[in-house]
Design a protein around this ligand. Structure first.
Ligand code: HSE
Length: 438
């Protein structure tokens, strides 16, 4: 039986999961692939730590360079993370003709175009199922299962840390800080958790998915990104009273010669399936012209779920190597000659419905001033509520709108904030509701 040799770079949480799966499930992998998948090297700066795996002598090494240069290694798995050394090692592995598997969404989102180019020039695979949504097979779904569809839209919860924080505030009344600390303790959060809470991690993932769905070059810089740090418990509570949940959604819509690609806290009705995705779980709804909606749901982070996605890439590559079919499935789903630069719609031009909360004095004429400004900007109100009543000081005034243009909304809110009776920056949350969609 043929043996396929694997070199693993980085043996932290995810790398350890990969080593564990390749070792413990060796028998079923061999039965499914028709070849032995042999972990020849595990490279890490720390090779003393006990990872609970009985590695054979000579497997552990601190010399990652020797792994990507060993002629016997067929597949290199990168689970180091970050941009610097991981990028250099992937390029060297490609240059040496290795097939590469990575979970590194930040690297792909920022350098993917050149890495994919390098892999294609060399005729090797660069696989990345684990980069988005952990164990959810979203890359394979877009690239293979839905290949006959025009993708119309995607809407996903792609960051477990943010979803965990929002769920803990909503369901258990936790503070933002306590929920984030718990997410860090449980190991979902990035080393720098601002990547999670300010939305950058979700943007990396949406850049990858948007490219796959529509055949566009990866374009991280034009994605609108707004994280969850300004969401207050009061807005979560008010949203619940009106039958909504607040989720950090990655939204991508096919607008013909443009795409929408945006990340922001979003109010979704409680009957939307995504509103039931709680804790650190991820989910994505993909809409295709043939299939309608499909929903993927699962663990978006963690040792074994992420390892499962990486091993699925290893098996795909191993099968392709055995069949002499490397490159059979184009890395970004489209043939390279059909990948274009599709512009991302400027945020000012998107159409959405909105939730606003104004902190305003409880005085005669205040409501009409605010609604008057909204009216002059062409924003039509669906509902208006004043929360509570005070003899002095400000009260929250909550408004929900029909569909409106973002630029008009921003102009109106700046004008309203300048009113003397308004005491704080207005809260704005976009609403995605099937009953009112552009
Ligand atoms: N920090 C990420 C999350 C890990 O919270 O979802 C998986 O990409």
């Amino acid at each position: 039986m043929k043996t396929i040799y694997i070199g693993l770079l980085g043996c932290g949480t995810v790398g350890t999961g990969v080593a564990r799966m390749l070792t413990q499930n060796q028998d079923i992998l061999q039965a499914r692939v028709g070849a032995a998948l042999k972990l020849k090297y595990v490279a890490d700066i720390d090779i003393q730590r006990d990872r609970g795996i009985a590695f054979e002598t000579g497997v552990l090494t601190t010399d990652a360079g020797s792994v990507v240069r060993d002629p016997q290694v067929d597949i290199v798995i990168e689970t180091i993370g970050g941009l610097g050394i991981a990028s250099a090692l992937i390029l060297e592995a490609i240059d040496n003709g290795k097939q590469v598997v990575t979970a590194n969404k930040a690297l792909l989102a920022s350098q993917g175009n050149s890495l994919f180019h390098a892999a294609a020039e060399k005729g090797v695979e660069l696989a990345f199922e684990a980069s988005v949504g952990g164990c959810m097979p979203v890359i394979k779904t877009l690239r293979e299962s839905l290949v006959g569809n025009r993708i119309q839209a995607m809407s996903g919860i792609l960051n477990g840390t943010c979803n965990y924080i929002l769920s803990k505030i909503t369901d258990d009344g936790d503070t933002f800080e306590a929920a984030l600390a718990e997410a860090q303790r449980r190991g979902f959060a990035e080393a720098d958790p601002t990547l999670d809470v300010e939305g950058a991690d979700t943007a990396h993932k949406l850049a990858i998915l948007t490219s796959l769905a529509y055949g566009t070059h990866l374009n991280l810089k034009d994605i609108y990104v707004e994280g969850i740090s300004r969401i207050t418990p009061l807005d979560i509570e008010i949203a619940a009273q009106f039958g909504y949940k607040i989720k950090l959604l990655a939204i991508s819509k096919n607008r013909g010669n443009m795409v929408e690609a945006r990340i922001h806290p979003t109010m979704i009705p409680c009957d939307n399936l995504l509103s039931s995705v709680n804790g650190a779980l991820n989910a994505i709804m993909i809409t295709g012209d043939a299939v309608g909606d499909i929903l993927l749901y699962g663990r978006g982070a963690g040792m074994m779920p992420t390892a499962s996605a990486i091993v699925s890439d290893v098996v795909d590559i191993a099968r392709n190597l055995l069949a002499g079919a490397v490159g059979r499935v184009p890395v970004l789903s489209y043939q390279r000659s059909h990948i274009h630069s599709i512009p991302v719609m400027p945020m000012d031009d998107i159409i959405s419905s909105y939730y606003f909360r104004f902190e305003a004095l409880d005085q005669p004429g205040v409501l009409s001033k605010i609604s008057g400004i909204l009216g002059t900007h062409g924003i039509s109100l669906k509902s208006v509520h004043q929360k509570g009543r005070k003899s002095e000081g400000s009260v929250p005034i909550v408004m929900m709108t029909h569909l409106a243009k973002e630029s008009n909304v921003q102009a109106a809110l700046s004008e309203i904030y300048r009113l003397e009776v308004v005491s704080d920056v207005p809260a704005l949350i976009r609403i995605e509701d099937a009953n009112e969609s552009a």
